[in-house]
Write a protein that binds this ligand. Structure first.
Ligand code: NDP
Length: 340
């Protein structure tokens, strides 16, 4: 069995979902309520592979909200993730993806040091961040969508916002060594990590977002920002592909400019329908077929019976692992979302 640990994008979203699910009394509750709410299973899921194989899984809502980080409720945030992991393990789920901010909180607050949750010893081999598949899918989106908009990647400048992150660094590795782009603009805040990344990939320019955006033919957004930022379209190139892999989204604005193409990054489409509510709840355009690539990673690990923490730690994603999970993704009928 596979598992998915997820969370909603903000308090307003959580309140509206509670009302939609028939809990109007929770729909007016503030952040304190969500800080004390325990994890729970939202639904049981069946997924059929393109090969015909069928697997079963469960979606666990952690009740974490990004506002907990913005208001420095760190203890509540970390408790949400650890309790959701303990809940998944108690349900005897073989492999569970830590969706969205779950793995970021796990890493940033060094939760690997807290193995014991009440009477349960967490077995980290049962969890994956899903970041290898997410990075692979984002790179596929860049490679396949760019030519659709007349962008030749071998002559293109690609900015990666969140370049030093787990997903961002894997995207930089792939684009520099596998795809072969003309230039990479590396955007993040910590200078030392940026220098280390540049040394590792052997190319790229380190710069701030304001400076990078007007030069970029393609922008990959994979920064861990609790809230999206507004972008002025007049500061972008006339033809610009933006792949926004953030959850919540990095880009806060909507664009109606003909040359600016925004793709939902890190999203896959499955060949067959999945009968579930959760992707309706997070407002996927085609909820029966579209899902987060990190969730799809736990499905792939279950299909292949690779019951191990395939994606774990930070900045360890290799091109070989991206190729391996990518081949499994294609085999089982997932493909990158390419429609804006
Ligand atoms: P990491 O924490 O590993 O990396 C985050 C990166 O963002 C770092 O480079 C960090 O560097 C940078 N960053 C953070 N804040 C800012 C800022 N204000 N301006 C510029 N850079 C910033 O995160 P992950 O790689 O694990 O995840 C990245 C994003 O992808 C998240 O939004 C996450 O929710 C999403 N995600 C999507 C998935 C999907 O399936 N679609 C799956 C998993 C994650 P620094 O701190 O130095 O600025």
């Amino acid at each position: 069995m596979f598992g998915l640990i997820g969370h909603l994008t903000n308090l307003e979203h959580a309140q509206s979902v509670a009302r939609d699910l028939g809990y109007p009394e929770y729909g007016s509750q503030g952040l304190d309520f969500w800080c004390s709410a325990p994890p729970f299973v939202v639904e049981d899921i069946k997924v059929t592979s393109a090969t015909g194989q069928v697997i079963e899984g469960r979606y666990v809502e952690s009740c974490f909200l990004p506002e907990m980080l913005a208001t420095r409720r760190i203890k509540a945030a970390t408790r949400k993730i650890l309790n959701a992991m303990a809940h998944a393990q108690k349900l005897d789920i073989n492999i569970t993806a830590l969706g969205g901010f779950s793995s970021i909180i796990f890493e940033n607050f060094k939760l690997e040091q807290i193995r014991r949750i009440r009477n349960l010893e967490l077995d980290f081999h049962r969890f994956t961040t899903g970041n290898t598949h997410t990075a692979y899918i984002i790179c596929q989106q860049v490679e396949q969508a760019a030519p659709q908009y007349g962008i030749d990647l071998s002559k293109a400048t690609v900015a990666v916002c969140g370049a030093t992150g787990d997903i961002g660094s894997a995207v930089c590795r792939w684009l520099s060594q596998h795809t072969g782009v003309k230039d990479l603009l590396l955007v993040a805040r910590n200078r030392e990590r940026l220098d280390n990344l540049k040394d590792e990939i052997g190319m790229g320019q380190i710069m701030g977002l304001e400076e990078a955006l007007p030069q970029a033919d393609v922008v990959v957004w994979v920064a861990s920002m609790p809230k999206g930022i507004d972008i002025d379209p007049s500061k972008l190139k006339q033809t610009c592909l933006m792949v926004d892999g953030g959850y919540p989204k990095n880009i806060g604005s909507q664009f109606s400019h003909p040359g600016i193409h925004v793709l939902k990054g890190g999203i896959v489409e499955h060949t067959l329908d999945i009968d579930w509510r959760i992707m309706h709840i997070v407002a996927m355009d085609v909820p029966a077929r579209q899902l987060f690539a990190c969730f799809a990673e736990s499905m792939l690990l279950e299909f292949e019976k690779w019951h191990t923490n395939f994606s774990w730690g930070r900045n360890q994603i290799t091109l070989e692992k991206m190729e391996k999970i990518g081949a499994a993704s294609v085999k089982h009928g997932f493909r990158p979302l390419l429609t804006t």
